[in-house]
Design a binder for this molecule. Structure first.
Ligand code: HEC
Length: 141
C-alpha cells in the first residue's frame, strides 16, 4: 500500500500520545476500586446497584450478609468473586473495599487467610445457599 508509511507514522503518534494515559491506567490498576470496576463492575455496576433480580443490588444484600459468618463466607464463594482472575490478596482488597463502600457500618475486614480458606471451599449449589441465607435474614428481621 502506497500510504502505509503514513499509517505507521500515525500509529506511532497514537501510541506515544497514549503513553501518559497508559501509565496512569497502570497506577490505578493497583487499587481495589479499579479491580472492582475491571472484574466485578460489568455485572455489579460502578455503584453496586447491579440489575435486580438477576444481579443483586449489593447495597441491599451486602449489609445483611456481612453480619454473620455464613454470609461472609458466601460473599467470597460466589462464582463472580471466587473465580475472578485475581490473587487471594487482591480479592481480599476488593472484598474489603466493597464492605467499606456498599455495606455501611463497621464490619471486620477480611484477612487474606480467611479469603483463601473460603475460596478453596467450593459450594456445589450457590443459589440454594443464597436462598437459605437471604431467607434466614428476612426471618431474622
Ligand atoms: C457475570 C456477572 C458477575 C460478575 C462479573 C461478578 N458477579 Fe458477583 N454476583 C453475580 C450474580 C448473578 C450474583 C448472585 C448470586 C449468583 O447467582 O451467583 C452475585 C453475587 C455476588 C455477591 C453476593 C451478593 C448477593 O446478594 O448474593 C457478592 C459479594 C459478589 N457477587 C461479589 C463479586 C465480586 C467481588 C466480583 C468481582 C471480583 C463479582 N461479584 C463479579 C454476578 C456477577
Amino acid at each position: 500500500m502506497y500510504h502505509s508509511g503514513k499509517f505507521r507514522a500515525a500509529a506511532v503518534a497514537l501510541v506515544l500520545g497514549l503513553m501518559p494515559f497508559g501509565q496512569t491506567y497502570a497506577q490505578h490498576g493497583q487499587g481495589p476500586q479499579y479491580m472492582y470496576l475491571l472484574h466485578c463492575g460489568g455485572c455489579h455496576i460502578e455503584n453496586g446497584s447491579g440489575m435486580p433480580p438477576a444481579i443483586p443490588d449489593l447495597r441491599v444484600t451486602m449489609p445483611k450478609l456481612a453480619t454473620h459468618e455464613a454470609g461472609r463466607a458466601y460473599m467470597v464463594q460466589v462464582p463472580g468473586a471466587s473465580q475472578a482472575p485475581v490473587t487471594d490478596a487482591q480479592l481480599t482488597e476488593i472484598m474489603n473495599w466493597m464492605l467499606r463502600t456498599f455495606a455501611e457500618g463497621s464490619h471486620q475486614p477480611y484477612t487474606v487467610s480467611e479469603v483463601t480458606q473460603h475460596r478453596a471451599n467450593k459450594v456445589l449449589d450457590i443459589l440454594a445457599l443464597r436462598r437459605q441465607l437471604i431467607a434466614e435474614n428476612v426471618e431474622a428481621q
